[in-house]
Design a protein around this ligand. Structure first.
Ligand code: FES
Length: 297
């Protein structure tokens, strides 16, 4: 589906967790073509005349009702503007943007891993997977029970496993601690969360091929031929795909405000080449600014 600019009408707005909001918009043009992992760029106009744009993952998109939802934390003026919207208000929404998660057609068991607000990046994949007859385990991590995403907002069929840093709900510790228990069950894994969580996850799944063999999905076929870096085919074969949470400027590939370093030595724009990447595409060690600094010496 090609990107378009639509006028979306707010239907429902509620604070589901402290400072975290879930808003539903009627936007049938977007709801029918969006895929999990993609995002929208929304234009806000506040009374000061300041124009701000904000990227939001599609949290859900329902082609039948024409509704899309976004889930965000209020972190400043732009996001607070959204919380003052009332049902019937309209906003300009550009989307769908970015590249989606790619599920191998042979995958039956999907492991979703979310840290905090990262749930917004993988939530829609649960719907898509269940619709396609797959089983879904969602591992979710937060600082404490009061920040745990409500299970009532998830489809009943999802097996939901929680970790909290302080042990106030579920496993005490990081969500990544839970991954080894599910690694053998999972055909593929999909994650969204803070950069350190994704970097830790990349280490947890490293060596999976050696531990498990490569036969679980018949991936021996075509052995020896590798797909091009960042191609849809290569991502579809990746055990782990990650959706990067990155500050964005333009969201359409022009400003380079969103880059991460690729393992091919090239900067990768989260808004264009991402926000979803195969885990092997991202250079987890070192930040882009460090890379720039090293390149300059
Ligand atoms: S946000 Fe401008 S290039 Fe990605």
């Amino acid at each position: 589906m090609t990107m378009r600019l639509v006028s979306a009408e707010l239907v429902d707005s509620r604070e589901i967790l402290p400072d975290q909001w879930l808003q539903s918009f009627h936007a049938p043009e977007l709801a029918s073509g969006a895929r999990a992992g993609q995002f929208v760029h929304v234009r806000t106009g506040d009374l000061s005349g300041l124009v701000l744009r904000r990227p939001f993952s599609f949290n859900t998109a329902d082609p039948v009702t024409g509704m899309i939802t976004i889930h965000f934390r209020t972190v400043g003026r732009g996001t607070e503007w959204f919380t003052r919207l009332r049902p019937g208000d309209r906003i300009d929404v550009l989307g769908p943007l970015g590249r989606p998660f790619e599920v191998d057609p042979r995958s039956r068991h999907l492991l979703l891993v979310a840290g905090g607000l990262g749930i917004a990046g993988v939530r829609m994949l649960a719907d898509e997977a269940l619709r396609d007859g797959r089983q879904v385990v969602l591992l979710f991590g937060a600082a404490s029970a009061r920040e745990v995403y409500p299970s009532s907002l998830l489809p009943d069929e999802v097996e939901y496993v929680v970790a909290t840093d302080d042990g106030s709900l579920g496993h005490r510790g990081y969500v990544t601690d839970l991954v080894p228990q599910y690694e053998a069950w999972a055909d593929q894994a999909f994650a969204c969360g803070p950069h350190p969580m994704l970097a830790a996850l990349s280490r947890v799944v490293a060596g999976r091929r050696e531990r498990m063999g490569v036969a679980t999905l018949g991936r021996k076929r075509g052995g020896g031929r590798s797909d091009a870096f960042g191609s849809t085919a290569a991502r579809r074969k990746a055990f782990l795909q990650v959706s990067m949470e990155q500050n964005m400027g333009c969201a359409v590939g022009a400003c380079l405000g969103c880059v991460v370093m690729g393992t091919n030595g090239q900067p990768q724009r989260v808004c264009r080449e991402g926000p979803v990447f195969g885990v092997d595409e991202v250079a987890w060690e070192g930040t882009w600014s460090q890379v720039l600094a090293e390149a300059a010496t």
